[in-house]
Design a binder for this molecule. Sequence first.
Ligand code: 5GP
Length: 115
Amino acid sequence: MSEPSVFSRIIAREIPALIVRETDRLIAFKDIAPKAPVHFLIVPKTEQYANITELAAGDPGLLAEIVAVAQELADEYSNGQYRLLFNTGPEAGQTVFHVHAHLLGGGLTESTIGF
Ligand code: 5GP
């Protein structure tokens, strides 16, 4: 069996993180290397799905929960507006193969969002 992902270790409280939301099926916490004033990762507790394509096919309801939590957190920590990003594949910048959404907000500018 493969090692638990870094996100599973955060969920198990083996690695500390600034957790901003937790439900039965999801956790959200601050990215360790934020790229915007608000930069949270929203992560299913299962690491069964490596990326958004697998998640959408396997559990679309869980993907919808990610979007709902993104809006709630943007309402709470940003101005209700946000960018939701799923890097998919190493050449697209994915480094952790346990599906996660990047929630970016809090006054995005060209320099904080890249484009
Ligand atoms: P990816 O590059 O796979 O789309 O995103 C992985 C993200 O996880 C990166 O933005 C990185 O900063 C974040 N990350 C990696 N390790 C940790 C960690 O131990 N704690 C937290 N809070 N974020 C992490």
